[in-house]
Design a protein around this ligand. Sequence first.
Ligand SMILES: [Zn+2]
Length: 271
Amino acid sequence: MQASIIIIFLALAAIIWGIQRYRVKARRNRLLQEPLAPEHITILENNVPLYTRLPEEFRESLQGCINYFLDEKVFVGREGLEITDEIRLVIAANACMLLVNRKMRCFPGFETILVYPDTYVARNVSYDGLVEVHEDSTRAGESWYRGPIVLSLADVVRGSSSEQDGHNVVLHEFAHKLDEENGFMDGLPVLRESAHYKAWAEVLTREYDEFLDRAERGKNKVIDEYGAVSAPEFFAVATESFFEKSKQMKKRLPELYQQLQTFYGLDPAEW
Ligand SMILES: [Zn+2]
């Protein structure tokens, strides 16, 4: 008698789980196919030049991705900042550029985006032997492993509005989120096919070494020198340049461009 009650209970739990899963999937598919409201498209046209450059064939996909992103993520204003539709849309549109032709989930593993009005001070804690060392640093953004993204609105606006200077804090921080999807933030994100890993490792390792060498000689022109900090930072700043200095990257660093083109499924140098 007791065994049959347990079986009925488990069957019911499985049915409820199946229904919930179906609902989540149906909601996601509906959001991905829904176009943005005309007033929201106007916000993108006025604030996100990358959106206006994006070829027509990807616009529908980007709008669906933005819908899904806005449904999934929670925006929290800091230091009294009020989160508006414009703030949400500008951040979502830049972040979704990375997903527009990747058919991936919407940056899984975290939910919250904290937005400060301007650069903010973060406190680093490190240890020198047994001594705890506190160091304050001013930041435009950061991505916590399996945790929130933090952004300075002033830098978001600056990065989004000048789309050819190679600086875009939203592209940068969300590239880190793609990087950590396999469980490690190491500059190696999840590639489309297992056959792609060998070429990625060869090209990215070589390009990173050459980049470090150029940076040391002050001869670096395409990628921000902040990439010299580590391989994950190199991937994040290379992503910024891929979208914002795409023609220069394709011309000067064609192999790196080719790897990112395959990864993102986009060719922004031709937009
Ligand atoms: Zn970074």
